[in-house]
Design a protein around this ligand. Structure first.
Ligand code: AMP
Length: 144
């Protein structure tokens, strides 16, 4: 089974992106869903913290700080490098949700770090754009 990266349909007839230049340029049918798509579709569990129409925030399974939350857009963006103008609102929503998550999890006053890994050298392991929110301890700089 293959799914469109944007609308998640497995049906070529109803995937509107299939016929557009945009689709040819930056979207493709993947043979497997990423772990975050499986979370979004309820196929595997997560520990959710916040959800709205555009984003979902949940606890990272392998936390690197006392608070480590991930925010994902509900409409798929592979990563920043693969984004385009149609993703601007989604990307802004991810950051605004990160702000809310920091408030909800009690790290807004002490400070926190937002990280969006991009590509192999950037340390991206899940190719579905996500923002890490790390806090609850002092975070040194530069990162490793
Ligand atoms: P990145 O390396 O930036 O692509 O980040 C991927 C993150 O996803 C890592 O911090 C993982 O610990 C986290 N992760 C992987 N699988 C899960 C999962 N099932 N639930 C929550 N977080 C996950």
């Amino acid at each position: 089974m293959v799914f469109c990266c944007i609308c998640d349909t497995a049906n070529y007839d109803i995937c509107i992106y299939l016929i557009s230049d945009l689709f040819l340029e930056r979207h493709f049918f993947m043979t497997e869903k990423t772990i975050f798509e499986k979370i979004l579709h309820g196929e595997i569990p997560c520990k959710p913290l916040y959800e709205d129409e555009y984003t979902l925030a949940f606890h990272d399974i392998n936390p690197q700080a006392p608070v480590h939350i991930l925010v994902i857009p509900k409409r798929k963006i592979i990563n920043v490098a693969n984004s385009n103008e149609s993703d601007i609102e989604q990307m802004g929503r991810v950051l605004f949700t990160a702000k809310k998550v920091a408030e909800i999890s009690g790290i807004a006053k002490t400070g926190y770090r937002l990280i969006i890994n991009n590509g192999d050298d950037g340390g991206q392991t899940v190719y579905y754009m996500h923002c890490h929110i790390l806090g609850g301890r002092y975070l040194s700089w530069p990162p490793g």
